[in-house]
Design a binder for this molecule. Structure first.
Ligand SMILES: *Cc1c(COP(=O)(O)O)cnc(C)c1O
Length: 436
């Protein structure tokens, strides 16, 4: 633990976090602070174009993506039954419609990590192939599935530190391309995620410690080997942009569903946060593509509210939840990250509306409830947006006059690859809470 300034320890919000209270923090800099990032809309379109170039490769290498031309995207489901059930049970009201952005259905990793993680692997592969003089931007990228490229990529390593899903997305695609792939996993990572990666030929290194320790060890090992490329969940711009592409796709989905986003029809998006990279990238994308009437709110476990602690104290990645004495223990393995990314707090300062924290029991209950009401199976982390949905409503009603025409999107971040036995365990735990 580092020595903390009295101004941090005397901050009433920090004291609430130390006491593991559920809080709804409203960002005082929202739409006030100056933009703090060099990242532009052009960078998002560059990422979208790269995904398109790789469509032909993805369609042959991962035939389950052929129907969409190798483009990975998830559906937007209207969830009226869940809305009715959860608002009655947790005793609150939501004006407007509630949707689920089903990233649990995203091909390959079955999680939001299929956006950023896969994007950064593809970008690295493209740069290697182009530098080797074997690929041109206008080529049909399906050639990347040929043995010649597998041989080329096998001379390079890709490494990443992960609580699970990022390792899955990167590991599966990097190994398929031919890279020597190493995933450094923290103690929170589920055994089935490690097993699945080993099956795909990925070298899984396990740590006794938390995510920060695993990623630090991974970064150091990769730095010692010039042929290994390290994908840095604590600061990568490419990961961030890959996630941000979601907003370009969401704009089209909303338009096709005749859902406007404007002053009379505000949009609210509720996202679970770990390091803040995937929800941060989506939030950046929303601000660039959908503009000022799209608002994002994050959700974090009371035991490990890393992005909130960093943003509310202004210390960003210079403080971790362990510094204020929290234990970091949560059922939400995808959110089990004690220190936020270097990018998140800085980029999000003017564009994130707020962050809610939640007790683990609530996500277990939502997991069972979503299955009962909508027949949708996700991992517990993925339901955290429902906690933010509830905590944000009292505040939103004071801020926005047209909530009855609002659209609310709970971002379901993962679940497709979860084994049936694990779904069953989560369901039983959630049911027991619902029945209390
Ligand atoms: C990674 C992950 C998140 C959070 O993403 P960060 O980039 O760590 O903030 C949320 N839900 C699931 C299921 C995840 O795998």
């Amino acid at each position: 633990m580092m020595a903390l300034d009295a101004s941090v320890l005397n901050n009433p919000l920090v004291q609430d976090l130390q006491a593991q209270k559920e809080v709804m923090w409203v960002n005082p800099d929202y739409r006030k602070a100056a933009a703090t990032t060099q990242l532009s809309q052009a960078a998002l379109f560059d990422a979208e174009a790269r995904f398109r170039r790789f469509g032909a490769y993805m369609a042959v290498a991962f035939p389950e993506t052929a129907a969409t031309g190798g483009i990975l995207e998830s559906p937007l489901h209207k969830i009226d039954r869940m809305k009715a059930s959860v608002t009655a049970r947790e005793d609150y009201q939501v004006a407007g419609n509630v949707f689920l952005k089903a990233d649990n259905e995203l091909p390959i990793s079955g999680s939001i990590k299929s956006r950023g993680g896969i994007y950064e692997v593809l970008k690295f592969a493209e740069s290697v192939a182009i530098k080797a003089g074997k690929l041109a931007y206008l080529d049909d990228y399906a050639v990347l599935n040929e043995p010649e490229f597998h041989d080329l990529f096998s001379q390079y390593g890709i490494a990443v530190g992960s609580t699970g899903n990022l390792g899955l997305s990167i590991g599966i695609v990097a190994a398929k391309l031919g890279f020597k792939t190493t995933v450094h996993m923290s103690m929170d990572a589920k055994a089935w995620k490690k097993d699945l990666l080993r099956e795909k030929g990925v070298n899984v290194v396990e740590y006794e410690g938390n995510f920060t320790q695993a990623i630090t060890a991974g970064r150091e090992q990769a730095a010692a080997d010039p042929t290994t490329y390290f994908i840095d969940d604590e600061g990568s711009t490419d990961l961030f942009l890959g996630y941000g592409v979601a907003a370009i796709r969401l704009q089209k989905q909303l338009k096709d569903m005749h859902i406007p986003v404007d002053e009379d029809h505000p949009l609210f998006v509720y996202l679970p946060a770990g390091v803040g990279g995937s929800p941060g990238g989506v939030t950046f994308g929303l601000s660039q593509i959908l503009g000022e009437h799209a608002h994002a709110i994050f959700a974090e476990p009371t035991h490990i509210p890393s992005v909130l602690l960093g943003m509310a104290t202004g210390l960003n990645d210079q403080i971790s939840v362990y510094d204020i004495g929290l234990d970091g223990m949560t059922e939400a393995d995808g959110l089990a990250v004690g220190r936020p990314s270097r990018l998140a707090g800085r980029v999000l300062k003017p564009i994130l509306e707020g962050i809610a924290t939640f007790d683990d029991d609530r996500i277990m209950a939502y997991t069972a409830e979503l299955r009962d009401t909508e027949g949708i199976k996700v991992e517990p982390s993925a339901t955290a947006g429902f906690a933010a949905l509830r905590e944000a409503q009292p505040y939103l009603t004071t801020q926005y006059p047209h909530l009855d025409q609002a659209t609310h999107i709970v971002w379901a971040t993962g679940g497709m690859l979860v084994p049936e036995s694990e779904h069953e365990r989560n369901y039983q735990l959630g049911k027991a809470i619902l029945d209390r």
